[in-house]
Design a protein around this ligand. Structure first.
Ligand code: GLP
Length: 244
């Protein structure tokens, strides 16, 4: 595991951007796995700038997003489909049918999980971007999710709902369920880039790097992957540095 410590979130975004740029120059028709949440926003700004400066192009790229809330359609401002439009897709040139995300309003959610999983099985993600939940979740794979899991319907933990409540009017508005890529889908990517920003991630980062590889902490599985880069700001790296 390659661990890069940065001074601040801006530097995290710039270094991550370089990794994306390298990938897209090496393989213009890359398949990217992307994430939502506050962590990747500065990186998405850099990707937008890079494509406007013609340093990178998304014209041949396919994007697969990690997860989506159940019950929110793509026009709902709290859906992850909306998030992706607002923070990236509206500002880059990408084919409409090259952006993929689970449909959280499908009539048959189990069938939707199969549909998304089949799509994932028909491709190979070249570069998968991840954030990290305080409880170690990756995507919406909460603690005790099997490492063999594929795309599935998940009940969100209270901790996750509470942490994501800043984006909603009230905690009651936060969906109780989501569809997420499974851990085996994530691990199948050729290269994985995990970003963590802020002191509230310091304990999760410590556990990811030093704790046991255990389903209780989903992110720990990344230690078994051959090509993982973790980029941290100073605050997120606080505990790993104390131990050194
Ligand atoms: C959310 C998302 C994850 C994200 C994580 C961290 O619940 N499902 O994909 O990585 O939690 O979010 P943030 O970046 O806002 O801290």
């Amino acid at each position: 595991m390659n661990i890069i410590q940065c001074n601040d979130s801006k530097e995290v975004a710039l270094i991550s951007y370089r990794i994306f740029k390298e990938q897209l120059i090496k393989k213009p028709n890359s398949t990217l796995g992307l994430a939502t949440g506050s962590t990747p926003i500065l990186l998405y700004n850099e990707l937008i700038k890079g494509s406007q400066l013609n340093e990178i192009s998304f014209k041949k790229v396919n994007i697969f997003n990690l997860d989506e809330y159940v019950g929110l359609n793509s026009e709902h401002k709290n859906s992850y489909a909306f998030f992706m439009k607002e923070y990236l897709l509206n500002f880059i040139e990408i084919e409409d049918n090259h952006f993929h995300i689970p449909n959280g309003t499908a009539c048959d959610l189990i069938e939707e999980c199969h549909r998304y999983n089949n799509l994932l099985s028909s491709t190979k993600i070249d570069l998968q971007l991840l954030g990290l939940g305080e409880n170690g979740h990756i995507g919406f794979n909460e603690p005790n999710t099997s490492f063999d899991s594929t795309t599935h319907l998940v009940e969100l933990t209270e901790n996750t709902r509470k942490n994501n409540s800043i984006y909603f009017k009230s905690i009651n508005d936060i969906p109780t369920h989501a569809i997420t890529m499974g851990i085996s889908n994530i691990i199948n990517a050729t290269k994985i880039l995990l970003l963590a920003i802020g002191e509230n991630k310091a304990e999760a980062v410590y556990n990811l790097i030093n704790g046991p590889i255990d389903v209780k902490f989903p992110g720990s599985i990344l230690r078994n992957h051959p090509d993982v880069t973790i980029i941290l700001d100073k605050e997120a790296a606080t505990l790993i540095n104390k131990v050194k």
